[in-house]
Design a protein around this ligand. Structure first.
Ligand code: HEM
Length: 121
């Protein structure tokens, strides 16, 4: 019996997470409703930290080295609509990468509890 692939494996490991992150960044860049939030952001750093976080969260061999979600989103005053748009861009990035639905849902379930740490701060 072959062992069940981990979420990290189903996301395509480092290469898959890199592709998902880059697709997400591209979508953010072209989304006039949320791009302004990133005006003062160091994008290469944000990209590196987001990949690290997705890697760690999915059980990959990474240790997230960024700020807490609460710290990094304070002062941005994000709302539910901002959150939903980001999540939808992430779903579309995973779709584009051909990530199985089950794995997509597992990742979304790991991100959902961060909602209160990110919104209204
Ligand atoms: C579950 C949802 C989210 C996750 C997992 C997430 C993840 C992250 C990570 C890992 C960082 C880097 C932290 C650091 O700089 O040390 C970050 C920063 C940031 N996030 Fe999020 N984020 C989420 C939701 C959002 C939403 C909805 C928006 C806006 C639409 C947003 C906008 C930003 C911005 C602008 C920064 C950079 C702040 C700065 O320049 O210092 N995030 N986020």
């Amino acid at each position: 019996q072959t062992p069940k692939p981990s979420l990290y494996q189903q996301l395509g490991e480092e290469a898959g997470i890199t592709a998902i992150t880059d697709h997400l960044l591209h979508q953010i860049e072209h989304d006039p409703l949320i791009v302004h939030h990133f005006r003062d952001t160091d994008i290469p750093r944000f990209r590196r930290l987001l990949m690290e976080q997705l890697c760690e969260l999915s059980g990959g061999p990474c240790v997230y080295s960024g700020a807490t979600m609460e710290e990094s989103h304070t002062g941005l005053n994000l709302n539910t609509r901002d959150f939903d748009r980001l999540v939808n861009h992430l779903i579309s990035a995973m779709q584009q990468q051909g990530i199985p639905y089950g794995a997509q849902n597992q990742l979304l379930a790991l991100l959902a509890p961060m909602y209160p740490e990110v919104i209204g701060r």
